[in-house]
Design a binder for this molecule. Structure first.
Ligand SMILES: [Zn+2]
Length: 255
């Protein structure tokens, strides 16, 4: 599967004139990371955050030692995010402890670090009535200890309420789906945060577009007629994120 992903990514990036990375998200074993590196991925994440601190350090170090021989960069994780992503599930946040980051980065040699400051995987990040804020104070503490070191945020969808509304108006049942405000992400993006993972918003945008076609044209059965609009909606969404939230537009460069 990893090999297929590499071929597909190469094909897609061919002749586009922009640098493209192929990154493994939430690799949970050394073997999986090694397999992806051997197949040609440009970066991998080793998520050892569910292990003890010492085991996380040892596992991450092992992946870094292997990856760096091939010029592949490695993202590690400290602290546990709440939420569900594929088969990664945690009930509660364990915030990253700023006291640990310096030691972790030094001992493992990672190139970037995913931290837990209140973002979470999925579309239900906060309960109704809860203060939907991430802990930018912890981010600042971490930055003070490892100035300029690339920080990563996972689970950073904003769950746009206009999109949720379209889904629910067309037969969907997403109750109390709440995300991270785009203003908070903009603030994080201005700091040492260099990558912000946004997935649920893309899922929501595609679902809304497909549900709309199904509700408005129940006679439609050509996948091109509903997957096309879904793809357009996805493109629009990420264009908006890139330009207005992440401030990444126009920043692509080849090394
Ligand atoms: Zn993630």
């Amino acid at each position: 599967m990893a090999q297929g992903a590499v071929e597909y990514a190469k094909e897609l990036s061919n002749g586009k004139g922009i640098p493209i990375v192929l990154h493994l998200d939430h690799g949970d074993t050394f073997e999986l990371c090694k397999n992806c590196i051997d197949c040609g991925f440009s970066s991998v994440m080793i998520d050892g955050s569910h292990h003890s601190y010492e085991e996380n350090v040892a596992l991450t170090r092992k992946v870094v030692e292997y990856a760096h021989q091939f010029d592949v960069t490695v993202e590690g994780e400290l602290g546990v995010l709440a939420g569900v992503e594929d088969d990664v599930k945690a009930e509660q946040h364990t915030y990253t402890q700023p006291e640990e980051v310096q030691d972790f980065v030094a001992k493992t040699g990672v190139d970037s670090l995913a931290i837990s400051i209140g973002t979470s995987h999925g579309a239900y990040k906060f309960k109704p009535g809860q203060n939907p804020k991430i802990r930018l104070d912890i981010l600042q503490e971490i930055e003070k200890r490892i100035p300029g070191f690339p920080i990563v945020l996972h689970g950073s969808s904003s769950v746009p309420q206009d999109i949720v509304k379209i889904i629910n108006q067309h037969g969907g049942k997403l109750k109390d789906a709440i995300g991270i405000g785009e203003d908070q992400l903009r603030e994080a993006a201005r700091s040492a945060v260099c990558k912000i993972n946004i997935d649920s918003d893309g899922r929501l945008a595609m679902t809304a577009a497909i549900r709309k076609v199904f509700a408005e044209k129940p006679e439609e059965f050509d996948p091109r007629k509903y997957l096309g609009p879904a793809r357009d909606a996805l493109k629009e969404l990420y264009k908006h994120k890139n330009i207005n939230v992440l401030g990444s537009a126009g920043h692509a460069y080849d090394k």
